[in-house]
Design a protein around this ligand. Structure first.
Ligand code: FES
Length: 371
């Protein structure tokens, strides 16, 4: 049989019609729909959640009717020209995967930093932005995670959990969620009405207020006692919030002998590092056949320096994990903070860095991929 393969194949080819092959296949179309790279979008609605937090509804600006599907918990990037700079920032999607198929993404943003403050104070209905496709690994995985999820949120860290809760209610995800949400006061609770009117036996909401005592709310912090009281046995713990919350809650989880393999946290973007009187170095940036010489402040990452100079710097997670900004170091010395050091042995051996979380310690020269 094996020896007949060639003659059989020839016979089949001879029998086949002489039609031209299709120029594209369904699988390529699907891949393009799921991974379009960048998508022009516009703001269709803005909703105020708290004094400093707004939810932005985004729709495609082109003839596309849908956005790429995603896993509840993932993020997108938003890019816009602000002044002389071209800025890109990651935001967790607070809408559900099903809404993406209806042409809707939602991001919920707190006034904090240049881009978020611009969104809150300057962006309006009709403002156009460029979205980067969904990414990140902060989502529930049946093979890895328990079907009992304890979602621990601090402040604006509630956003990916809103997406997960919606996905469970709509049926695109299948697990139980116990949301333990830390806020300062009742007026700081994001999605307050939505959370209070939720009624689904798979979802339980506990809100912990640190600066107010009120009936129906826990008071204090998300301590081992609170976790012991509300977390089900054999759960997977998902954390999203500020770094201080991660440090505190992880210590509390340790007291309950919850091991690291059952704890996952969303990574925060690298911010400025603390340096008294930061120096300004020269940064030479090679981007394909172009070379730019720009200033780089000691306390800011190389990506921020490139954005400040108006360069289209590659940027997605801004936390060192996705590898999108992976760049060749040509010369210079630098620092990467421990919590953002995700490079592999080969990166050290062959001299690669992630500019999104690299701070200059001298003049530097780097070769950056173009986007
Ligand atoms: S943008 Fe993800 S590693 Fe730099």
């Amino acid at each position: 049989m094996l020896f007949n393969i060639i003659s059989e194949r020839r016979k089949m080819i001879d029998k086949a019609p002489a039609n031209q092959l299709p120029s594209t296949f369904a699988v390529n179309e699907l891949a393009k729909a799921l991974h379009p790279g960048y998508i022009p979008a516009r703001i269709a609605a803005i909703r105020e959640e708290t004094e400093n937090v707004k939810t932005f509804t985004l729709v495609p600006a082109s003839s596309n009717k849908v956005f790429p599907y995603f896993r509840a918990g993932q993020y997108i990037t938003l890019s816009a020209n602000i002044g002389e700079s071209l800025l890109t920032r990651p935001y967790s999607l607070s809408s559900s995967p099903k809404q993406a198929l209806e042409g809707i993404y939602e991001v919920t943003v707190k006034r904090d930093g240049l881009f978020s403050s611009w969104l809150i104070d300057q962006a309006a209905v009709g403002t156009e932005l460029v979205l980067g496709e969904p990414g990140g690994d902060f989502y529930h995985d049946n093979l890895r995670d328990s079907n009992k999820v304890v979602a621990i949120a601090g402040g604006c860290g509630i956003t990916p959990f809103r997406s997960m809760i919606k996905a469970v209610i709509e049926g695109s995800e299948d697990y139980q969620i116990t949301l333990i949400y830390g806020a300062r006061t009742r007026s700081d609770i994001i999605f307050k009405k939505e959370l209070e009117t939720l009624s689904d036996e798979r979802i339980r909401i506990i809100i912990v207020l640190s600066e107010e005592k009120a009936e129906g709310y826990e008071h204090g912090f998300i301590t081992a006692d609170v976790l012991k009281k509300f977390a089900p046995e054999s759960a997977s713990f998902f954390l999203c919030g500020p770094d201080e919350m991660y440090r505190f809650v992880k210590d509390e989880l340790k007291k309950l002998e919850i091991t690291d393999k059952n704890i996952r946290h969303e990574r925060n973007a690298a911010g400025n590092r603390n340096v008294d009187n930061p120096r300004v170095f020269k940064l030479k940036v090679r981007m394909r056949d172009k070379v730019y010489s720009i200033p780089a402040r000691e306390n800011e990452t190389l990506t921020v320096a490139m954005e400040r100079a108006g360069l289209n710097a590659p940027s997605r997670c801004r936390s060192g994990i996705c590898g999108f900004c992976h760049s060749k170091l040509i010369s210079g010395t630098y620092t990467v903070l421990k919590e953002h050091e995700y490079r592999r042995a080969a990166d050290f051996k062959f001299g690669f860095i992630h500019p999104c979380c690299t701070y200059p310690d001298s003049d530097m020269e780097i070769d950056v991929p173009t986007v």
